[in-house]
Design a binder for this molecule. Sequence first.
Ligand SMILES: Cc1ncc(COP(=O)(O)O)c(C=O)c1O
Length: 466
Amino acid sequence: MGNGQWAMGNWQLAIGNRQSRVLKILITEANCPLPIAYCLLGIVNYLWQMLKISDRGQQMPPSPIRKLVPYAEAAKKKGIKVFHLNIGQPDIETPQAIMDAVKHTDMKVLEYSHSAGNESYRRKLVQYYKKVGIDINYDQIIITTGGSEAIMFGFFTCLNPGDEVIIPEPFYANYNGFACAAGVKVVPITSTIETGFALPPIADFEKVITPKTKAIIICSPNNPTGYLYSRKEMEALKDICISHNLYLFSDEAYREFCYPTDDGDDDGEYVSAMHLPGLEQHVVLMDTISKRYSACGARIGALVTRNKGVYDAAMKFAQARLSPPGLAQILGEAAVDLPDSYFDEPKAEYMARRDLVVKRLNDIPGVYCPNPGGAFYAMARLPIDDADKFCQWLLESFSYNSQTVMLAPATGFYGTPGLGKNEVRLAYVLNLEALGSAMTCLEKALEEYPGRTRDTVKERQGSVQG
Ligand SMILES: Cc1ncc(COP(=O)(O)O)c(C=O)c1O
């Protein structure tokens, strides 16, 4: 018996067949000396034991909004105050009455609810939707864990892996994550800052529609641009969905916050996809109370559809995750009883903030910011080389009076690589005083930033006028 055969005999006893086969190949076929064969076997063993992350898990995009958080934390450790305009976390207080409803519940067992949500809550929501001009029944509503789960259910229910969904860009970045989870391809079509991020021409949609196109996603008023689609734009979307038999996923997270912009006849008018007659079977409404009542942590949203097939299939996903959050449904139900006047204050506050931010931005040389018609976001074009670098620099290398500002680089909101490099999104979720200081920081930062570029916007306007 040769050296190798002897060693293999003993090894086989100790480690079993699979590894001994590898050892045999290493010694007899690859002619490895024994010590090297054992080392290689150790490596092979290690690789075998390593648990693999799925392709989907590896491809899942990280949040572009949160990637600068470590830099913000480091700035704060240095004693710098950071104005957070990077994330849509409103500072408006959650109404006390809806918090109290949870506090005073006399529930003895916090049990699962119906998978579609408590019937009492869904029936209440019917009243809420009626007030915003949407006529639906309680059995056309599924309560979800935030608007996020409604989006996920919509994707899983209506789209197959390999299907395509068209989204006007820039768009809410997490649509990418949900598309990745569902194996769906996002096809962006570009809306531009020059038009204030209006709906791109319908011809642009026509150009990218293929047999795999199954849906269009819109968000109005929009995150990240704040743009509010007009009735005319909504009608155009209706026509294309009907002529190409597409779903219209309508994300209406910011419905309560629509403002006039002095732009046109139907200025400030909220038009829901659910308002469009003839589109009943196509529309999947993705909703949430997160922004409506400044209740992001409640994790309550809703998927609403008049399409029974979609509803029934979405219910199977709802059943698989058993039920939406129990306590938060009590909060959501109480919210429907808030007086209509509740929205007056937050809406007036957001409008005042928008006016301040847009004015201050447009007063800075080289900066351009269209006037958004809703939500609490504004997109601005800055005279900078690279928005990602600039936003990091603001946190890492800049301060004014021991203050700085955190913004979201717009690159993360575009699907087309290279777009948004000189744009940032600002969430006006701080009070007017803090916003004023944040704008001063930004103004000073743009004077100092080493990657500042020339004032292209004003130059272009100058050449058009002159
Ligand atoms: C456009 C849009 N849709 C959906 C969501 C998710 O909402 P939720 O917090 O209810 O999951 C957000 C959150 O910021 C959003 O901006």
